[in-house]
Design a protein around this ligand. Sequence first.
Ligand SMILES: Cc1cc2nc3c(=O)[nH]c(=O)nc-3n(C[C@H](O)[C@H](O)[C@H](O)COP(=O)(O)O)c2cc1C
Length: 231
Amino acid sequence: NMGCPVPKVVKSGEGAALLKNLPLAAEIIRKVVASVTIPVTVKFRLGWDSNQIVAPELARIAEEQGASGVTLHARTREQYYQGKAQWDYVAEVKRKVSITVIGNGDVDSPEAAEAMMKETGCDGIMIGQAALGRPWLFGQVAHYLENGTKLPDPSIRQKFELIEKHLQLQLQYSGEHRGLLEMRKHLSWYLKGMPGAAKLRDKINTLTTVESLEKVLREYESSVFEIEEQL
Ligand SMILES: Cc1cc2nc3c(=O)[nH]c(=O)nc-3n(C[C@H](O)[C@H](O)[C@H](O)COP(=O)(O)O)c2cc1C
């Protein structure tokens, strides 16, 4: 991952800081490829800032050093997660290398996924922010690319079934304490746009046990169903 913009990561020369040190990036890719038997892919951004665009060059380096593919997040480090992703560079990278190219940045709908693939010729797409609280987006995108038709969003009831499943998996994966904290973020994304979401989020952020969280979610769920049924 040569795209991470976080200060504590770039401060030590890692993540997106490697965009300013291509010889080191090349050495890392070469050594990783030599050390493992699985395909190696490299994810990076356009460059450190708009005056230092290196993505096409780094893609070539990755190919030369034996990487199987690259993912380009079409923003600079300076852009962080803001501003428009510049898909033209995904197209340029695709023209420059023959390994797999995955385009990333601003894909937030099935139509945007199709546009990214058509406009850039990339082999695949990666979705970040738009999938937060909307994990069904991947299925919708895949369905649209295969069939050209759109799947509806899940109903509120289906969303809550999914939230419950996510909660259980998160607890299994991260343990109770960390799982609960991590779930707060996901819940605020899931609940966005639902009635009374802000108030509910504040309440959820004070809860410290799984039981209390499940109780609050159940109560909210049934109140939302009532509203839905009245409509
Ligand atoms: C909360 C969050 C966590 C992320 N964590 C990672 C990560 O661990 N590794 C990584 O390569 N990219 C990470 N990214 C970046 C995304 O993979 C993606 O490159 C970026 O969000 C741009 O795509 P988007 O416009 O679809 O959001 C993260 C993004 C967000 C919003």
